[in-house]
Ligand binder design. Structure first.
Ligand code: ADP
Ligand code: MG
Length: 414
């Protein structure tokens, strides 16, 4: 009897349980239906096609835009004992031939293919003869001109649905906006797909913003009331990291510095000590946290404002992965706006600068929001909250509304 998805998850990948909604997605694909998956980065999209690929007989084809991404995934799969390979322009001729031989011999459970390879040299003709179990289109926003990374070869992937109407297809992306979504579905011929939107909300994270120009004791107060909890304080540059760490230590709060300018040994020491809870607070540049899998980070402080809501979301997302209450605190002052604007336009082209400025303005909008912060944050990604969240500084103490009409009346009457 073939192994069940949960057995494969446990035995092959070594994970205890599916994250919501991975299991439903896997079941949809296994039942032969198409699926469209919208899930934030780090949410766990890969397993949504890797598990079905191992349940099905035959080979799953994964279309992926970047050679480096493909390689990482294939290496990780092989480490778990799964037979997988890449087929892209980085392969030498002999290697490419070997991969094709493996494919024909039915030796591969997953083959990662670059779109230009899929669409050239009779590759599609070739796979018509083979037991292909599934097509997975990773980073599917590349299909759409509305997305942030349009790739013309991706736009042609619609032929797959025409040539192979029987083979289930799953498209996955972290890009959220509605226009892009619709475009992806129609270009891939996936109008009948079941859509899974994992949503971007992290309800256990409490968002708040404080005025940076108020005394430093605001921040030290926040930190000392969370004495035994682990947290990250992000700052913009190496120099700032050093400064803030020093100031905190001077105020009696133990904090270690982490940035790319430190020796490897010191960085590893800080990282390990943080993971083991020997160091509670790390002041760091954004390089800290990528690839760190620590579920009990209780707070993320931004000492300096990030340049976009995407960055802010990703960085604050490192807090509270265990689902328990966590804090995201942003220090905001108008000095930050000037610094961030100053960083735009160094070398980029005009179109790029325009996009960066737009992103920065959205971030400022979040910092200055007078309405539920979670609404602003999720709204940016195209998600809607039914009600105000009740778990941000604005919801907890709404700003007093300034009644302009009354004032104007007073002014007129005297
Ligand atoms: P995405 O493609 O959505 O950005 P990935 O598929 O790369 O995310 O997964 C992100 C991380 O989450 C990986 O380290 C992966 O191993 C881990 N992960 C995914 N699903 C689970 C799960 N059910 N249990 C534990 N870890 C998981
Ligand atoms: Mg991915």
């Amino acid at each position: 009897m073939p192994a069940s998805p949960i057995q494969i998850l446990n035995d092959v990948f070594g994970f205890k349980s599916f994250r919501s909604p991975q299991q439903e997605i896997v079941e949809t694909v296994l039942s032969g239906r198409d699926a469209f998956v919208l899930m934030p980065t780090g949410g766990g999209k890969s397993l949504c096609y890797q598990v079905p690929a191992l349940c099905f007989p035959g080979t799953a084809l994964v279309i992926s835009p970047l050679i480096s991404l493909m390689k990482d995934q294939v290496d990780a799969l092989r480490e778990n004992g799964i037979s997988a390979a890449c087929y892209n322009s980085a392969l030498g001729e002999a290697e490419a031939r070997r991969v094709l031989a493996q494919l024909h011999a039915g030796e591969l459970k997953l083959l990662y293919v670059a779109p230009e390879r899929l669409l050239s040299d009779g590759f599609l003709e070739r796979i018509k003869q083979l037991p292909i179990s599934l097509f997975a289109i990773d980073e599917a926003h590349c299909v759409s001109q509305w997305g942030h990374d349009f790739r013309p070869e991706y736009a042609q992937l619609g032929v797959l649905r025409e040539i192979f109407p029987e083979i289930p297809m799953i498209a996955l992306t972290a890009t959220a906006d509605a226009q892009t979504r619709g475009d992806i579905l129609s270009r891939l011929g996936l109008q009948g797909a079941t859509c899974y939107c994992a949503g971007f909300d992290r309800p256990n994270i409490r968002y708040s913003v404080i005025d940076k120009n108020k005394p430093f004791s605001q921040l030290t107060g926040f930190l000392s009331s969370r004495k035994d909890e682990a947290g990250i304080v992000y700052a913009l540059s190496r120099k700032r990291v050093e400064e803030v760490a020093k100031k905190l230590c001077a105020a009696g709060i133990k904090a270690a510095a982490y940035h790319a300018g430190l020796p490897d040994k010191e960085r590893h020491r800080v990282q390990d000590a943080f993971l083991k809870d020997d160091i509670k607070i790390v002041v760091a540049t954004v390089a800290f946290g990528m690839g760190i899998d620590k579920s009990n980070v209780r707070f993320v402080v931004h000492y300096d404002m990030p340049k976009s809501i995407e960055s802010y979301y990703q960085e604050t997302g490192r807090a509270g992965r265990d689902g328990l209450p966590a804090d995201a605190l942003l220090l905001f002052g108008y000095g930050d706006v000037a610094v961030a604007r100053g960083l735009i336009g160094n070398g980029g082209n005009a179109e790029q600068n325009r996009i960066e400025l737009h992103k920065l303005n959205c971030m400022i909008g979040f910092a200055e929001a007078q309405t539920c912060r979670r609404r602003v944050l999720l709204g940016y990604f195209g998600d809607r909250l039914e009600q105000d969240c009740g778990n941000c500084d604005i919801c907890e103490s709404p700003p007093e509304r300034f009644d302009a009409t009354e004032d104007a009346q007073k002014a007129l009457s005297c």
